[in-house]
Each structure stands twice: as structure tokens, then as C-alpha cells.
Design a protein around this ligand. Structure first.
Ligand SMILES: O=C(O)CCC(=O)C(=O)O
Length: 255
């Protein structure tokens, strides 16, 4: 799935691009089947909201699920990543975030992704991209991602450590920084039917609230990194920050 020049320019300007209807029909059913198997499995790689609480992130789903391993190499995800990053990429991270109904998940405070990867993993530069695949419909009710358009262009902003969830600490942005960013760019809510693909820059300011609706919300996040952009002092485990720099190829390229 090749992005047009206009779509790439839009991504560079806004820091995100929403592509509804990329997965539909049988392809979407296959992804949702894999989602259900991951949810039902007893996995070592999950993070929990609290001890004995609901899952906050199902990490490294592609290790357990061939369907998700295929998703990493699919034209719908890999091609836009390679186009935007301008070369060969590896998979840095794969996670599926649930938003449990009736407030079961706490949400994500305002943050940027890249500062954590720089601090904890030694990612040299922001030459990475998030490709989100909506596995459920995302509406205004079930905890959509909030994005601040254009905020990625300001680079790394002032943040502070926030350690409420072990292993998933985010560098939370200060209220002043968030207010300034929103004053400049506004806020959008990334909604769309299951099967939507949302690509976004790791420096975009983003957050999400808890989900008080009865409707669940699972989104898979694939983070690709340019193969030249090595992690110089990684401190986290492979299921969170992969140092396997093998370039990814589409199925059709390895045949
Ligand atoms: O899934 C969400 O709502 C937000 C996830 C997020 O911001 C993150 O994992 O960094």
C-alpha cells in the first residue's frame, strides 16, 4: 500500500495520517481472531495496570501469533513505514493496548514516545514511526488516542518521570508544555472503524483517557525504526525494545 506524495506531505506537516478501511472483511476477521487468542493466552510479556489488575499492554504479540508476525511484514504497514523513513526498517516494538470497558484501564497521560526510547534504549535519533491498526471500532466513547497536530515539529519537549506502571514509565509532559502545544495545534481524536491504520510520529504529543463505555478498544501498535538508527545503550528487554536489526521484507520480496 503505497502512500501518495500528498499523504506523505500531510504526515510530515501534521505528524499523523489516518487511513480508514485498510483492513476489512476476511483480513480484518483474521486480525481480530489473533487478538482474541492473545487475550485468552497466558503470556509472560503482558503488562498489567496493577498487580492482579487488567492488562495494560500485550507486548510482543508477533512472537506468539503468526497472524501478527505477518502483519509486521504486510504491505499495509511495512510499505508506509519504509516510505516515510526512507529506507530499510526493523521492528523495534509491537504491542496491543486494550482499553477495558467501564473504566478498567487508566489511560495514558500526555507524552511523546521518542524521549523514552532515547533515554531508556539509547535510540540515537527519531527515525522511527508508529503504525497503529485499530482492531475494534474507535469512537469518542471508548478512549480514542488524542493527538496534537504539528507538535512533532518541536522535537523533544520538557517532560518528567512518571512511574505508576513498572516497565511502562512514560516521560509525562508538563501542563504548561501541553497547553502551549494545544494552543498552537489544537487536539484531534483519532477515531475510525476497526481496520483503520493510523501512522504517527513518535514525537507527536498524545494521550488517551480511560474508557467508561461498555465497548472495548484494542489497538495494535507496530513501531518500526530505520535499521541505521541503532540503540546505543539499550536497558530494556527484547519484548519492549528489540535490537534485532534484520531488515524487514514484504512476502512478495522474499519469494
Ligand atoms: O493506547 C493508547 O490509548 C495510548 C498508547 C500510548 O500512548 C503509548 O503506548 O505510548
Amino acid at each position: 500500500m503505497e502512500l501518495t506524495h500528498e499523504q506523505i506531505a500531510q504526515y510530515q506537516r501534521d505528524g499523523y495520517l489516518s487511513l480508514p478501511g485498510v483492513f476489512a472483511g476476511a483480513a480484518l476477521d483474521t486480525l481480530r481472531g489473533a487478538m482474541r487468542r492473545i487475550i485468552a493466552a497466558d503470556r509472560d510479556w503482558n503488562f498489567y495496570e496493577s498487580e492482579g489488575g487488567p492488562v495494560r499492554a500485550y507486548n510482543a504479540c508477533h512472537w506468539d501469533e503468526p497472524v501478527f508476525a505477518d502483519l509486521v511484514r504486510a504491505p499495509e504497514t511495512l510499505t508506509p513505514a519504509r516510505q516515510i523513513l526512507g529506507g530499510d526498517v526493523h521492528l523495534f516494538q509491537f504491542k496491543m493496548n486494550p482499553k477495558a470497558p467501564f473504566g478498567g484501564s487508566t489511560g495514558w497521560a500526555w507524552h511523546q514516545d521518542y524521549p523514552r526510547w532515547k533515554t531508556s534504549d539509547g535510540m540515537t535519533e527519531n527515525r522511527a514511526i508508529n503504525v497503529a491498526v485499530f482492531l475494534d471500532d474507535v469512537t469518542e466513547f471508548n478512549g480514542p488516542l488524542f493527538l496534537v497536530p504539528g507538535s512533532h515539529r518541536d522535537g523533544v519537549l520538557d517532560g518528567e518521570e512518571h512511574a505508576n506502571t513498572p516497565g511502562l514509565v512514560a516521560l509525562e509532559l508538563t501542563d504548561t508544555v501541553v497547553a502551549r502545544a494545544i494552543d498552537a495545534g489544537g487536539i484531534v481524536s483519532a477515531k475510525g472503524p476497526a481496520g483503520t491504520v493510523l501512522v504517527f510520529d513518535p514525537n507527536i504529543v498524545h494521550a488517551s483517557t480511560s474508557n467508561i463505555s461498555p465497548f472495548t478498544r484494542h489497538t495494535a501498535y507496530l513501531t518500526y525504526n530505520h535499521v541505521e538508527n541503532r540503540l546505543v545503550n539499550p536497558t530494556r528487554e527484547q519484548h519492549i525494545a528489540s535490537t534485532d536489526y534484520t531488515p524487514l521484507w514484504l512476502e512478495t520480496e522474499v519469494a
